[in-house]
Design a protein around this ligand. Structure first.
Ligand code: ATP
Ligand code: MG
Length: 185
């Protein structure tokens, strides 16, 4: 799966709509301390279904919404859109089958209303989005997304945590969710 574009609006410090195009090759993001580099990586994890506010450096999930500054009022919602391209060989499952080629995932959070997701314009559940990315061997907990200061966490991980990282990298993490579902039915 390739990330082609990321759009943010009202997400953390990105109060005005911003678009980041990721061209083939290496993309670097540079800027002074506090300009929002880590916020961009967090936006990628968030749109992929991150459910832990702590790992988004917030106390609650609504903390991802632009909180306002001395000169700008707070926003009432945050929205992140990710456009990815996936080869047909990666496509599994009912959501996946309808979405080979370009897949656009949108997550939006409104104060007091929680998060809503859309895949290629269709309303879906958080779980569908997690599965979509898990099947492509990526997602909010993918070891491919390394947050600032997280290298030492990999080294210090317990064997069970390390196993989860390997399963996510191998693209089989989604199978556990499906097994749990099947066992409940
Ligand atoms: P460094 O080089 O120090 O790692 P960085 O470029 O990674 O910096 P970030 O951590 O992405 O910077 O951005 C931090 C900035 O985002 C801070 O100025 C913080 O106030 C701002 N910020 C975070 N959450 C919000 C929010 N909900 N509303 C407004 N601003 C926010
Ligand atoms: Mg940073």
């Amino acid at each position: 799966m390739k990330i082609k574009r990321l759009k943010l609006s009202g997400f953390k410090s990105f109060v005005d709509p911003a678009e980041l195009r990721i061209e083939p090759g290496l993309t670097g993001i540079v800027g002074p301390n506090g300009c929002g580099k880590s916020n961009l990586l967090e936006a990628i994890r968030w749109v992929m279904g991150e459910s832990s506010a702590k790992s988004m450096r917030g106390g609650g999930m609504e903390d991802v919404i632009f909180a306002g500054t001395a000169t700008r009022p707070a926003r009432s919602f945050a929205e992140v859109t990710i456009l990815t391209e996936r080869p047909a060989s990666e496509v599994i499952g009912p959501i996946g089958a309808a979405n080979d080629g370009d897949v656009e995932v949108v997550r939006r959070i409104e104060r007091g209303a929680g998060s809503a997701y859309r895949v290629n314009g269709r309303d879906v559940r958080a779980k569908d989005v997690s599965l979509l990315f898990a099947d492509a061997a990526t997602g909010a907990h993918s070891p491919a997304l390394v947050s600032q200061g997280k290298i030492s966490a990999v080294i210090a991980a317990k064997p069970t945590e390390r196993r989860m990282m390997l399963e996510e990298a191998a693209g089989i993490a989604g199978l556990h969710v499906r097994r749990k579902d099947a066992e409940q039915k």
